[in-house]
Ligand binder design. Structure first.
Ligand SMILES: [Zn+2]
Length: 150
């Protein structure tokens, strides 16, 4: 990324923001030569491959609605849900891949949800990891007690 003012190729990213629709990233950059700042917008579509093999654009709202179901009756507000959606997207985008698997999205949800609410975490994990019976719950609860994470 060359500086538009002096063409120096060495610039530093001072701020990164993902747009609300999740389809573009704005970076504020500073030229290390002349010190001027400028903004670049990168539109990279993050794709998710589903188990069926079909591919669709990553949708933060889908993450939020999946998590919302697991959070029913828990002391979790819309801002918490939005924050999880944002963390998941940042986590996935930080990998620098154009395409991730739907399992990766599920895994990326587990950690911030675990930090937010253990009951909601268990509910979500039970669906996402296909818990089959009490033993699976017992194991997950035991792991929670020991402070381990999946
Ligand atoms: Zn410059």
């Amino acid at each position: 990324m060359h500086c538009p003012f002096c063409q120096n190729p060495v610039t530093k990213v001072v701020d990164t923001r993902i747009s609300d629709d999740g389809h573009s990233i704005r970076r504020r950059r500073e030229c290390l030569s002349c010190g001027k700042r400028f903004t670049t917008v990168e539109t990279t579509m993050l794709l998710v491959m589903k188990r069926s093999g079909s591919v669709e654009p990553f949708d933060r709202d889908k993450v939020v609605s999946g998590v919302r179901k697991a959070c029913q009756g828990r002391p979790i507000n819309e801002d918490d849900l939005k924050m999880i959606g944002l963390k998941v997207e940042e986590d996935l985008r930080a990998r620098g891949l154009a395409q991730v698997k739907s399992e990766d999205v599920g895994k990326a949800i587990l950690k911030p949800l675990h930090d937010l609410d253990e009951v909601a975490y268990l509910r979500f994990a039970s669906v996402y990891q296909n818990f089959e019976g009490l033993e699976d719950f017992e194991r997950a609860i035991e792991e929670l007690k020991q402070g381990k994470q999946q």
